[in-house]
Design a protein around this ligand. Structure first.
Ligand SMILES: Cc1cc2nc3c(=O)[nH]c(=O)nc-3n(C[C@H](O)[C@H](O)[C@H](O)COP(=O)(O)O)c2cc1C
Length: 433
């Protein structure tokens, strides 16, 4: 078989994609908007028009209390999902395919740290088990350990929201099980010490995700593609997290459970920049407006300083390096016959071509660079020898702090915006510069 190329089509279960380039989920900040469909469309229609094979919309929370940032979409009722039908139509009309990511913040939901947007807690953040001692010191609020019945209600909720997504015209959904979100917390031996069917060994900790897959098949149809982005290696300051061996085993279980594709990533047990490696965003903390918003969000100088220090330490621990998840997606690809998605620090068409040519993954994901260069697919998919020219994105991570505070998901680096404009004067999407 000849090696795959970026321009080759691929099938994810019943979904045919015209090429192997996808927009990885990076939040758009549409959640609080009056017309979320219009905000999403401003991001995604240019991506589709430029030829990207698949767009994965940023994390949408299946019930309002699970948001981890104020700009995140939360689907409380069916109408809210159906209001996004104009978006899916616009993406399809532009020649694209779109799936939405479904998740829940669990322990790290907004209530855990945000005073402005969660001033009166309706319920404490959900947790699979009582918090480990070392985490109690960092966590602001009480947590609520989900009962077996509540876990089952959440599973049913994922099924329902996926069915609404299909009704709204999405081509599939992806479960968000990385970056320390609730589904990751269930997979993790650090967070999940349950003694019911949703805990125990790795197969037990995978039961939540497996039963969500089953609920989606029941509610949305067995042919509706369900993808999984998950923590295949969990890095933790204390204790033993998910190992690469576990990550590969999870992939095998996901294949048996009927998932259509997998995105395995390395992530910390805490929600930090391990998932989006790059620089410490000093400019965000130096900006008086952002400092004020952070203070309002956290409710005290002490907690604002904690966020600042946490981001500083994470940037030191997880500096950018090209294709940092390579060992993980390569190991998973060798173990399953499902399509495997690469993501994390892929910046040039030559890197993308090499991953595919070596058979290390089946799809190439790019996240942050889409903020400054919505039409980057045109360059990546251009005919001829794959270029070694990088994206305008410098992985400076200035997009992260505003995103935590509910501001638009755009590029906040004037240098990157200028570089992107030089390439494509009409297409830069930014409210920042
Ligand atoms: C501001 C921001 C928002 C993100 N939002 C999500 C998200 O909603 N869901 C998710 O799975 N990953 C999210 N990610 C992680 C990306 O999907 C991706 O894994 C990461 O940015 C690495 O890829 P990149 O180097 O191409 O940006 C986010 C990253 C950033 C920086």
């Amino acid at each position: 078989m000849s090696p795959a190329r970026l321009t080759d089509p691929i099938d994810l279960g019943s979904l045919r994609l015209k090429n192997r380039l996808y927009r990885a989920p990076v939040l758009e900040g549409a959640g609080g908007a009056e017309d979320p469909a219009a905000v999403y469309a401003r991001h995604f229609v240019p991506n589709a028009a430029a030829g990207v094979g698949l767009i994965i919309q940023g994390n949408t929370i299946v019930c309002p209390e699970g948001r981890t940032s104020p700009g995140m979409s939360a689907i409380g009722e069916r109408e809210r999902m159906l209001a996004l039908a104009p978006l899916t139509r616009a993406v399809h009309d532009a020649g694209g395919k779109i799936i939405t990511q479904l998740g829940h913040g669990g322990l790290f939901a907004l209530e855990a740290w945000h005073t402005k947007f969660a001033p009166v807690r309706t319920s404490p953040p959900y947790a699979p088990s009582p918090l480990p001692l070392w985490l109690r010191a960092l966590h602001r609020s009480q947590t609520h350990v989900l009962t077996t019945r509540e876990v089952q209600q959440l599973i049913a909720r994922f099924g329902l929201v996926a069915a609404w997504a299909r009704e709204a015209g999405y081509d599939g959904v992806q479960l968000a099980a990385s970056n320390a979100k609730l589904l990751h917390q269930f997979l993790s031996p650090i967070f999940n010490r349950r003694t019911d069917r949703y805990g125990g060994d790795l197969a037990g900790r995978m039961t939540f995700i497996r039963e969500i897959r089953e609920a989606i098949a029941r509610e949305a149809g067995a042919d509706f593609p369900v993808l999984l982005k998950y923590t295949a290696v969990e890095l933790t300051p204390i204790g033993r997290g998910i190992s690469l061996g576990d990550g590969v085993e999870i992939a095998r279980m996901a294949e048996a459970a009927g998932f259509a594709a997998l995105t395995p990533v390395v992530a910390d047990a805490l929600p930090n920049t391990s998932i989006a490696r790059g620089e410490f965003p000093r400019a965000s903390f130096d900006n008086p407006g952002l400092r004020k918003r952070l203070l309002e969000a956290t409710g005290s100088r002490m907690r604002a300083i904690l966020v600042h220090v946490g981001m500083f330490l994470a940037a030191r621990k997880y500096p950018f390096s090209p294709i940092w998840n390579r060992d993980v997606f390569r190991a998973v690809k060798a173990a399953v016959s499902l399509p495997v998605f690469a993501v994390g620090g892929i910046r040039t068409p030559a890197e993308a071509a090499e991953i595919l040519a070596r058979g290390e993954a089946d799809m190439i994901g790019i996240g942050r660079p889409f903020y400054a260069e919505p039409d980057l697919a045109r360059r990546f998919l251009a005919a001829g020898a794959p270029s070694t020219a990088g994206t305008a994105c410098e992985s400076c991570n200035r997009c992260i702090v505003p995103q935590m505070l509910g501001m638009p998901g755009v590029c906040y680096n004037p240098g990157s915006i200028r570089a992107a404009r030089r390439r494509s004067p009409l297409r830069v999407l930014s409210d920042a510069a």
